[in-house]
Design a protein around this ligand. Structure first.
Ligand SMILES: [Fe+2]
Ligand SMILES: [Fe+2]
Length: 503
């Protein structure tokens, strides 16, 4: 830690300069040549002296400077009358400083503990400090309650070298890591190259102002806390600084306690904001991770569902292949018919990935029909026709009641694919839209494929002849809208027929 006398020594020139300026003003008063501007300047100088001497702990000097400030604030006539008093105060002030210098020199070798006696004999200042410090057995003045060593760098920006030195001393003495620069430009360069925890900047500086600097810092270095300091006691400036995002505003002349409290609060707020930022980022990271995990789980689930669907469809097609042993050509019939159902179902917005495999099983009930009827190469008798018509309900009975929505749909198609739009179909004689749309679609697709394919009981019809016959059945056997969909999709239907073979 720096010797406190050396700090006083560092600031001596500034104090001396201000005392000299005051002496000049008082001399002008005694000579009767004092104008308002000079008097105001003298009053301001006295005000600055009060702050500097108070900060340095020179109570007697501080009282004299305050006396001067108050006397200079009186109306001009009274000031002139008090001229002698003012001159006496200035002389007393100079003597006081000389005495302190002499005492500091004689105590210099005693180190910090004696130096501390010079600086901190002001009872009021000690009272201020009580909030910030706790006593050390060695010096009586050691650690600040917060932990400045871990607070990061504080950058002091002020074109007034005396104020700068004073702030550096106050902060370094409290254990903070401090650097100082004399302009906003230097501060910008420092911010680019160093991690600055707190920017303590003067408002009024030649060139770029402290407000501009703070605005830059808040945009480019948002993790840097900012405190404004100014001799201009204007609430509007403080408001502007706060609006920019500054954490606080200090008035000159600076008071040690005010500086330390302001800095401590700013750094504490910065720490809290950093903690909130980390907590927020951690939460966002966790949410991202969990969202990603959920998306992956959903993807796996969708994959499993898709795989299950493919497995069901594959099983259904294998059943259809097995039917080939009973009825040659049936496997290709159901394949074509189910593809036609998919084309028509797409026209009506139905889920074709379900309708296509479900319609494969529309004739599954035929496994219960005797070969003598199923494969009879001649027209059927009425009883035989009745027997074969039972395949719709038999298929429904085979497929219904499972836990599979696909098999439920297959059961529905098996039961309704021979219903006719005019109600003359079987097994229940349903008509119009009482027939499920899937059943009306299956009816059109089934008849088109059956008529255009060779069967044991009937040669294949041409496509044109089939279409002509189906047009005549529009609104009778077939739902008009479904038949229209078939006709308007004929290119696609014929491409499927060609790809899968028509026999
Ligand atoms: Fe059938
Ligand atoms: Fe069929």
């Amino acid at each position: 830690m720096r010797n406190r006398f050396s700090v006083f020594e560092t600031n001596k020139d500034d104090v001396q300069r201000r005392v000299n300026r005051l002496e000049g003003a008082i001399t002008a008063i005694l000579a009767g040549s004092l104008d308002e501007q000079l008097r105001a300047g003298a009053e301001h100088t006295a005000h600055e002296l009060v702050g500097s001497l108070e900060t340095l702990g020179l109570r007697r000097g501080c009282e004299l400077a305050r006396d001067l400030e108050q006397s200079l604030a009186l109306p001009r006539g009274s000031v002139a009358a008090e001229g002698t008093h003012l001159a006496g105060c200035v002389r007393a002030l100079r003597c006081e400083l000389d005495d302190q210098m002499a005492q500091g020199c004689s105590d210099e070798g005693a180190g910090d503990s004696v130096g501390a006696g010079v600086i901190y004999h002001d009872a009021d200042l000690l009272a201020d400090d009580r909030e910030l410090r706790h006593a050390s057995p060695e010096t009586g003045l050691t650690a600040v309650k917060s932990n400045p060593a871990t607070s990061g760098l504080i950058l002091v920006v002020d074109d007034d070298i005396a104020t700068r030195r004073l702030l550096v001393w106050i902060l370094a003495d409290a254990g903070y890591d401090v650097r100082d620069v004399g302009s906003a430009g230097e501060a910008r360069r420092a911010l680019e190259h160093e991690s600055v925890a707190l920017l303590l900047s003067d408002v009024s500086m030649p060139g770029e102002t402290g407000l501009d600097l703070i605005r830059f810092a808040l945009c480019e270095h948002p993790q840097t806390a900012t405190l404004m300091i100014s001799a201009l006691e204007d609430p509007r400036i403080a408001q502007v600084a706060m609006d920019f995002g500054a954490y606080g505003y200090l008035s000159k002349p600076v008071r040690r306690s005010a500086v330390l409290i302001g800095v401590m609060n700013a750094l504490r707020r910065r720490d809290m904001e950093a903690q909130e930022r980390v907590a927020r980022e951690t939460l966002e990271c966790t949410l991202r991770f969990r969202t990603g995990a959920l998306a992956q789980a959903l993807k796996r689930l969708e994959g499993a569902i898709q795989q299950g669907r493919l497995l069901q469809a594959e099983t259904i097609y294998r059943w259809a292949q097995a039917a080939e042993y009973r009825d040659p050509g049936i496997a290709r019939h159901v394949k074509r018919m189910s593809r036609y159902c998919a084309v028509l179902g797409h026209t009506f917005g139905l889920p074709v990935e379900s309708l296509e495999p479900a319609s494969v099983l529309h004739d599954v009930g035929k496994i219960a029909i005797a070969d003598s009827i199923l494969l009879k190469p001649a027209p059927l008798t009425a009883d035989e026709r009745f027997a074969i018509e039972t395949h719709a309900d038999i298929g429904y009975g085979l497929l219904r009641g499972s836990c599979s929505s696909l098999l439920d749909l297959a059961a529905l198609v098996a039961r309704t694919h021979h219903e006719k739009f005019d109600g003359s179909g079987y097994p229940r004689g349903l008509s119009g839209t009482n027939i499920p749309l899937e059943g009306r679609i299956a009816a059109v697709a089934d008849v088109f494929d059956a008529m255009t394919s060779h069967r044991v009981y009937s040669p294949a019809w041409s496509v044109d002849a089939t279409i002509a016959w189906m047009r005549r059945e529009r609104g009778k056997h077939f739902d008009p809208t479904v038949l229209d969909a078939l006709l308007s999709s004929m290119d696609e239907i014929l491409a499927i027929r060609s790809a899968l073979g028509s026999e």
